[in-house]
Write a protein that binds this ligand. Structure first.
Ligand code: 3HC
Length: 691
């Protein structure tokens, strides 16, 4: 099918309609189609004016990201847009839906913009580690002012049609026939014989606007030290302000081409596609249909269960929250209300919406209340006995075809499934805390989980705003299994000579918001301590702290001490003395570690575990592992996730370091996975993903 179609009306308007599903990205064929459509319309004496429209729900979602990093195919987008802007006949954009990135830049090059009421317009390039590369940094400021334009480009969030009109970004909102309204507008411009070019307008650049832009720019640069594109964005806008359009466009293009090659942008693009790829389950095609889910039940009104119930409620799915005792239920319901009230106070939720969400949640005592639900999510105590009892009861109570999900973080989903006579309906839905905030959802596929249960879970995840990754059954699944390796490595570093703050500083310097020890103090040292007691595992430092009743922030002491009211911990001389003593008792000569060495010791074992997870088929692709860690554990997105990062480090180097670590610690589990050894000799995780 032709990606750009032309129709000419009796009144002399040529409408060029972009049709490149799913999102009308501006790939080479679309660019060529636009240019030839424009050229033909200009050459046709019957045509007086031109409209650029698009088919489907989206106007244009931007440049085709999959072309980035490949040899460029002419015509370039900037060349097409210069031709549009310089057109001898007026061109009007008919923006039917989302206009993002290059899509909005196309509209900006037109001489007027008409939008449908539901359209949204934005320049999200910043989130991909780049900047607008087809005139956005120049034409947007000229249309709406430098400061508002910078805010829009640095934030990356789209604005509504209404807001766009108020800013002066769109000229008109069409309630009725969008293309007809745009055609009328185009003819009006043709009639007038003159039309505005956003690239030519300099009038918005008042002294106040420039000053506000400079303030916003230095703020943004300070807040995003890891993102080279923020400074590049400010630079391009500034060149345009000071030296005019042509130099501004040249500065923008040069920065854009440089940034596309930058590892940060490569990492962010990798994640863009990884997130979308994660929704595909090898072997399960479109023929598998989801089961209908009109109602849900959540068992357990604790923090987790409450958070999960909130997710359903926010998506407008009626949910019954179930507890064994009235008190626990009221406490759980009160916690949900109080969570929402905090959001209302902060201004991120209206009271009206809060009431609407709460209206979808009903509290009940007793499992019988789960009988009518299409999906039941168990979020009870993490204990096999408790889970077996609940699933046994659900097997008797739940309606046929209901999905029975467990939110277990570690337990064997297959064993849970076998406590029922319908293991095909059982699946793991591992939410991350706080469940109403964290995007990641590990969907744990049991040995007998039915394909349509998986498809329903994926569908539901999207409906409730989660990012799903399908994983297999093993202790801790993908995320927690790898986390355990980091936790163990962090303890080893303490005994070998590092102090908690040194480890945490290396990790925050790497880009995490929090280091492992600050994190343990926040979560509570008692949790891991109890879990280790049950399994016989050891963490000498954490165990010694917990045995003294030091559980972290909640007791005021842990790896750090927290004087009254302090949110950030301080170094604790007693904890440090304890660590030194534990090293001495083991005959370890303490030594210092560089930040680089700390990162290697913490992260390489995780990468190794990730490789084992791939070998065992627990994750289908290395990019799924990246999605889990970036979205569930705050792994810095600008590195692309642990597996993508590892490739940048070099797999051969990691293998060598792991061999050395295994020899030093005597821990055979640190020996490089066979897959890692093989790939280190030539290959990449990405090749394996593609295979
Ligand atoms: N290029 C290439 N493919 C794209 C794309 C793009 N700009 N935007 C979306 N796609 C693909 C997705 O990969 C996906 O493919 P798949 O079905 O094979 O997995 C398909 O389109 C549908 O996308 P989603 O699954 O994301 O669908 P949603 O409906 O959830 O979201 C969307 C649609 C909001 C448009 C979202 O896809 C999105 O945010 N896209 C990226 C927008 C963007 O960043 N644009 C700027 C690009 S950079 C640019 O324009 C540079 C310029 O300044 C020169």
């Amino acid at each position: 099918m032709d990606p750009v179609r032309t129709e000419i009306s009796a009144a002399g308007v040529a409408t060029l309609t972009i049709a490149n599903p799913p999102v009308n990205a501006l790939g080479a064929a679309v660019r060529a189609g636009l240019l030839s459509g424009l050229t033909a319309a200009l050459a046709n004496a019957d045509v007086r004016a031109i409209v650029i429209a698009a088919e489907g729900k989206v106007f244009v979602a931007g440049a085709d990201i999959s072309e980035f990093g490949k040899p460029p195919v002419p015509p370039s987008l900037p060349d097409v847009l210069s031709a549009v802007e310089g057109s001898a006949k007026p061109v009007v954009a008919a923006i039917n839906g989302l206009a993002l990135g290059g899509g909005l830049e196309l509209a900006l090059a037109c001489h007027a913009r008409v939008a449908a009421p539901a359209a949204r317009l934005g320049l999200p390039e910043i989130k991909l580690g780049i900047i607008p590369g087809a005139g956005g940094t120049q034409r947007l400021p000229r249309l709406v002012g430098a400061a508002p334009a910078f805010a829009m480009m640095a934030g990356g969030e789209p604005v509504s049609a209404e807001k766009a009109r108020a800013m002066g970004l769109v000229d008109d909102i069409a309630d009725g026939d969008l293309v007809a309204t745009a055609a009328t507008q185009a003819l009006r411009l043709a009639e007038a014989g003159t039309w505005p070019r956003s690239g030519a307008a300099e009038s918005k650049f008042s002294a106040e606007d420039r000053a506000a832009f400079e303030t916003a720019a230095s703020d943004a640069i300070r807040k995003s030290p890891r993102m080279p594109n923020v400074a590049a964005l400010a630079h391009a806008v500034r060149v345009g302000l000071e030296k005019g359009l042509a130099e501004g466009l040249a500065a923008e293009r040069a920065a854009f081409l440089e940034l596309v090659k930058d590892p940060t942008s490569k990492a962010l693009r990798h994640l863009f596609f990884a997130e979308r790829e994660a929704a595909r389950v090898p072997g399960i095609g479109k023929e598998v249909k989801a089961r209908p889910v009109a109602s849900a039940a959540v068992i357990g009104a604790g923090t987790m269960g409450g958070g999960i119930a909130m997710c359903f409620a926010q998506a407008g799915i009626p949910v019954t929250l179930i507890e064994v005792k009235e008190e626990a239920l009221s406490a759980g319901l009160a916690r949900i209300r109080s969570n929402y009230e905090t959001s209302v106070k902060r201004g991120s939720l209206t009271s009206e919406k809060m009431e609407r969400h709460l209206g979808f949640i009903t509290g009940r005592v007793g499992l019988e209340a789960a009988a009518e639900a299409d999906i039941v999510v168990e979020a009870a105590f993490e204990d096999m006995g408790v889970k077996a009892e609940i699933f046994g009861a659900l097997d008797r109570l739940a309606k046929p075809g209901a999905i029975l999900a467990t939110n277990t973080s570690y337990l064997d989903v297959n064993a849970i499934a076998e406590t029922t006579k319908r293991p095909q309906d059982v699946v793991g839905l591992h939410f991350f805390s706080p469940a109403n905030v964290m995007r990641l959802l590990e969907i744990v596929r049991g040995a007998k989980t039915a394909p349509d249960v998986l498809v329903t879970s994926l569908d539901l995840a999207r409906k409730i705003g989660k990012l799903p990754v399908v994983v297999g059954v093993c202790y801790g699944f993908v995320g927690n299994r790898m986390l355990a390796k980091r936790t163990q490595a962090a303890e080893r570093l303490l005994l070998a000579g590092a102090m908690p703050h040194e480890v945490d500083d290396a990790v925050t310097d790497f880009g995490f918001r929090m280091g492992p020890f600050a994190m343990s103090d926040l979560a509570g040292l008692d949790i891991g301590w109890r879990a280790r007691k049950a399994t016989g595992a050891k963490a000498p430092v954490a165990d010694a702290l917990a045995e003294q009743g030091f559980f972290g922030q909640k007791t005021g002491r842990g790896f750090y001490r927290y004087p009254e009211g302090a949110r950030k911990g301080e170094r604790d001389p007693d904890t440090e003395a304890l660590i030194t003593r534990l090293s001495d008792e083991r005959g370890i000569t303490r030594r210092s570690f560089s930040r680089e060495e700390i990162i290697a010791r913490l992260m390489y074992p995780m990468v190794n575990e990730g490789a084992k997870i791939l070998e065992e088929g627990i994750a289908s692709r290395s990019s799924d592992v990246d999605v889990v860690w970036v979205n569930g554990y705050n792994w810095p997105n600008f590195t692309g996730g642990p597996m993508h990062w590892a490739e940048g480090v070099g797999l051969a180097r990691i293998v060598e370091a792991l061999d050395a670590l295994a020899a030093e610690t005597g821990d055979d589990s640190l020996k490089p996975a066979a897959l890692l050894r093989r790939l280190a000799q030539g290959g990449s995780f990405a090749d394996k993903d593609a295979a």
